[in-house]
Design a protein around this ligand. Structure first.
Ligand code: ADP
Ligand code: MG
Length: 140
């Protein structure tokens, strides 16, 4: 196994419900280190750019509206197999289908308001990290 970086976002439904610390405890318990972190509020245009890959989906406009509706915490997680490990800890996209004990099962509200984002592969992780952070902000 090799050490990787992945992008994590704590989404508006979770920041609104004041559970960012509870969610981050899950990552730390799984030996993922938060090596960069900031709380920001995306503009709708920024959310549209970030989720451009989904621009043909019926849920795209609603997703971008939601992601820009309140602050989010964007962060970089680092550790062995971080991309897949994060996806496992997050659980399935729809909280109703997510395994018991996963973040989305425990903190998600709906398929759209599902508490967290995580990169889906190493290549996209590096692209998504660069969307939010400069190299100087990745402090290890
Ligand atoms: P994931 O976040 O698990 O990688 P996707 O990349 O497929 O899932 O979708 C991106 C985000 O879009 C999801 O996390 C969720 O917030 C939203 N989303 C996905 N599918 C739907 C849907 N059918 N209806 C509404 N929102 C959705
Ligand atoms: Mg995805």
């Amino acid at each position: 196994m090799s050490a990787q970086r992945t992008l994590s976002i704590i989404k508006p439904d979770a920041t609104a419900r004041n559970v960012t610390g509870s969610i981050n405890a899950r990552f730390e318990q799984a030996e993922l280190r938060i090596i960069a972190q900031k709380k920001i509020q995306l503009t709708k245009a920024q959310a549209e750019k970030f989720y451009e890959v989904h621009s043909d989906k019926a849920f795209y406009d609603s997703l971008c509206e939601y992601m820009s509706s309140a602050p989010v915490v964007v962060q970089v997680l680092y550790g062995d197999n971080a991309v897949a490990k994060n996806r496992e800890i997050m659980g399935a996209t729809n909280p109703a289908n997510a395994e018991i004990g996963t973040i989305r099962r425990d903190f998600g509200q709906s398929i759209e308001h599902n508490a967290v984002h995580g990169s889906d592969c190493v290549e996209n992780a590096e692209i998504e990290i660069a969307f939010f952070f400069s190299g100087l902000e990745l402090v290890g």
